[in-house]
Unconditional design. Structure first.
Length: 138
């Protein structure tokens, strides 16, 4: 019998498979139907369908985005992942014309896991700094 994944393993899969490999089929496997996401700027999303919309918007603007996991922590119900994303702003998004700029930004994501699925998550990253970088002259 297979052991269920730990919260830390789920967090690692989330970034390696969902973000880096663009494995959208894994999203409903790892995330509950009514999962709550708390994003920067007070943005709240509920359910994996809304997360897919959010991810699609990010990847439209930053189609080559890669996420490197820097550190991980986990316990019985939670995982925290410190990450760094790198990309080129080569697509439409964020209300900006593609700038071609290379960007790098760090963040943390805290996952709450129940019955092997993400039920709540908190993202903390400098979205304002990213947008200011993309809006400024080269």
């Amino acid at each position: 019998m297979n052991q269920p994944l730990t919260p830390k393993e789920i967090g690692i899969l989330w970034f390696n498979k969902v973000w880096n490999e663009r494995d959208a089929a894994l999203i409903p496997v790892l995330m509950s139907d009514d999962a709550k996401g708390h994003l920067e700027g007070g943005q709240e999303i509920v359910g994996y369908h809304k997360f897919i919309e959010f991810q699609n918007a990010m990847l439209a603007a930053l189609p080559d985005m890669r996420v490197e996991i820097l550190e991980t922590l986990g316990d019985d119900d939670d995982a925290c992942i410190l990450w760094r994303a790198t990309a080129n702003h080569s697509g439409e998004g964020f209300g900006l014309t593609p700038t071609g700029k290379s960007v790098s930004f760090r963040g943390m994501t805290w996952f709450r896991i129940k019955d092997g699925k993400i039920v709540e998550g908190w993202d903390s990253w400098d979205q304002t700094g990213l947008l200011a970088n993309l809006s400024s002259p080269a």
